[in-house]
Structures are given as C-alpha cells and as structure tokens.
Ligand binder design. Structure first.
Ligand code: NAD
Length: 323
C-alpha cells in the first residue's frame, strides 16, 4: 500500500486531499501545527473527520522543527510527500513577515532535506498564483516570467519553486510545484473572500470590496484542485511546475451577486481602494496541466458557491459560530 505524508493536513486543501486519498485506501500520515492563524477548532474538526479512517494517522508537528520531522519520517517512511503546510495569505504577510520565512522557507528546506536523505520517490508542493505578481498578460502561463513578486508570501512561494529545482537538479529528487488559483469550497478558509462575505452578509454587516469592485479572480473549486494534486502524485515528474486554476476569470462582483442570490439577502457593500500586495486579476492558462496531469476542472462558481453555502449552514448551527 502506498504511504503518503501530507503536511498541512488540518488545513483546507490538506483535509480534502487526505480524505480523497484515504477513501482510496492510501496510507496517509497527516501533519500540521494547527496554529491559530484562523479558528483552530475548524482545523481540529477537519482532523476528527479524517480520524474516522483507520488508514489515516495524525501528528501535530511544526515544519520548522527538524528533529520532530525526522522522527515522523522514521516512523512512517513515506514513499511520497505532499507539502501543503505553509503560512498562507497575502495580506497577513505585510504585518507578519517572519512567520513566512520560518514556515515557508526553513520549513520547506527541512522537508526537502528529509526527502533527499530518505530517498522519497516524489515531493509535490503548493505554490501559488501570487507568483505572477502584477503580470499584465493573461491568462498566466507557466512559461511567463515570474520574477516580480509583490508580497513576501509570493516571494516565499517563488523561492520554494527555485529550492525544489535545485534539489531535483542536484539530488535527482522528483518535485512538482502546483500554483493554486483562489481555492474555495466546503470546509474553506475563514480568511478568504467567500467565507468572509457569507459570514458578514448573514450577520447583516457590511462587506469590504477592494479596488472598488474592479477585481477578477480565477476561482477554483477544491475537488478540482484535489484531482490536479492526485494527477501530480501519480505522474511523479522529475521537475515540473503546473497551474491549477479553473481557467475562467470571474468578476468579483458577479461572485458577490451569486452569494446574495443563494442567501436571498442583499449585501451592504463598502468599496475600498486596492490593498497592498494584492493583484487586480488572476487567470490560469491550464493547457500544460491538462496535457501532462489530465487536469480538467468541472465545477463552475455557481455550483461551487452552492456547495460551500450548504456546508457553511450545516456546520455553523446551534452553539457553533464562525470566528
Ligand atoms: N487556498 C488557496 O486559495 C491557495 C492558493 C494558493 C496557494 N495555496 C497554498 O496551498 C497550501 C494549502 O492552503 P490552504 O488554503 O489549505 O491553507 P490552510 O491555512 O487552511 O492550510 C495550511 C495549514 O498549514 C498549517 N501550517 C502552517 N505553518 C505550519 C508549520 N510551520 N508546520 C506545520 N503546519 C503548518 C496550518 O496550521 C494550516 O492548517 C498552502 O501552502 C497555501 O499557501 C492556497
């Protein structure tokens, strides 16, 4: 049976990936620091769901702690590693730069070193569409230059791609970097637009819309992202980078109107200028990912938002409130 180590397993994407793997009988060791960047209870609830499977094991661990990671690699002897743990978020990197260096750079180096020394067959890791910075040419292609990051978060993800390239070149470690484009869906992140808009609209609070609403995003449903990650795990290329996006750039205001429609409530909107580090548009060219990973997203935002709202309203009932 294949043994896969997934870091960031208590996180949004990590939870969905682990669930898909364990349902297919893969032996998964999930690790996560379960920090309080957002509500840790939501992370523990995801872990509880996963613990229902006998082939899922969980370890609370910090990627920064090399000694602890070594012990985990000794115990589980993973054949492949999927690194999703990171300090996420563009805006938070403006106020909390150091945590990005500790988790995203030193933590990632610890993973690379262990994969190299333990002869792991392949490392798949999360990068981000934010590496495209304020590139004007759309859709964003993996062939485009990406040397103008506009946030420390983006810089840390670009650095990961370069570090992985070195380890593939020097030590023959198979590495695949995946540039995710605005992922959303059930069990999603409370710091992201869909969650925040839903919470505020339901509470009758105004929502903040940046760049006066002139924002476009390639919103990608989490099940499609999982399909792309699984393609990367199976293909295990020597050294690759792929875009995982829905290949549609949606107007943010259309996204807001869909949420309003499903909730049957009108949002009170506060239009604000652009935020530092943010980009006005994202749009993925996925031709390379379709050809080499078989990546074919199938969920549009209309269906995806509905799935999210169904989860949100069933999860936040009674005593449990979004924080
Ligand atoms: N969700 C998106 O739209 C999106 C877009 C682009 C890239 N990404 C990347 O995808 C990955 C997963 O994102 P997500 O949306 O699931 O975020 P998430 O915050 O829900 O999950 C990340 C998890 O990593 C854990 N973590 C953070 N630092 C750690 C450390 N030092 N050691 C161990 N665990 C640590 C956190 O506790 C969290 O549970 C991240 O690398 C993120 O940067 C996400």
């Amino acid at each position: 049976m294949t043994r896969i180590l997934v870091t960031g397993a208590a996180g949004f994407i990590g939870y969905h990936l682990c669930r898909s793997l364990v349902e297919d009988g893969v032996e998964v060791c999930g690790i996560d620091i379960v920090n309080d960047y957002y509500d840790p209870q939501l992370k523990w609830d995801r872990v509880e769901q996963l613990k229902q499977y006998d082939n899922f094991h969980f370890e609370k661990a910090d990627l920064y702690n090399k000694g602890h990671l070594e012990k985990i690699f000794n115990t589980y002897e993973p054949q492949k590693v999927v690194n999703l743990a990171a300090q996420a978020g563009v805006r938070y990197s403006v106020t909390h730069p150091h945590v990005y260096m500790d988790s995203n750079l030193v933590g990632f180096l610890n993973i690379l070193e262990l994969c190299r020394h333990r002869k792991v067959e392949g490392l798949i890791y999360a990068s981000s569409s934010s590496v495209y910075g304020s590139n004007k040419k759309v859709p964003f292609s993996v062939e485009d230059r990406v040397d103008n990051p506009i946030s420390l978060y983006a810089a840390s993800k670009k650095a990961n791609e370069m570090m992985a390239h070195c380890y593939s070149h020097l030590y023959g470690l198979n590495t695949t970097g995946l540039r995710f484009f605005t992922v959303y869906g059930p069990w999603g992140r409370p710091d992201m637009a869909l969650f925040i808009f839903t919470r505020k609209i339901l509470a009758g609070e105004p929502i903040q819309v940046f760049n006066h609403g002139k924002m476009k995003r390639d919103f990608t449903y989490v099940a499609d992202i999982v399909q792309g990650i699984r393609g990367a795990i199976d293909n295990n290329y020597p050294c690759e980078i792929f875009n995982l996006g829905n290949h549609r750039s949606e107007q943010l205001m259309d996204f807001v109107h869909l949420i309003e429609g499903y909730l049957d409530r009108k949002a009170e909107i506060e239009f604000l200028p652009m935020q530092p580090g943010d980009v006005p548009e994202s749009f993925a060219d996925i031709q390379h990912s379709t050809e080499k990973l078989g990546f074919l997203p199938t969920t549009n935002i209309d269906q995806g938002i509905k799935h999210f709202l169904d989860w949100y309203t069933s999860y936040y009932t009674g005593e449990r409130k979004p924080v």
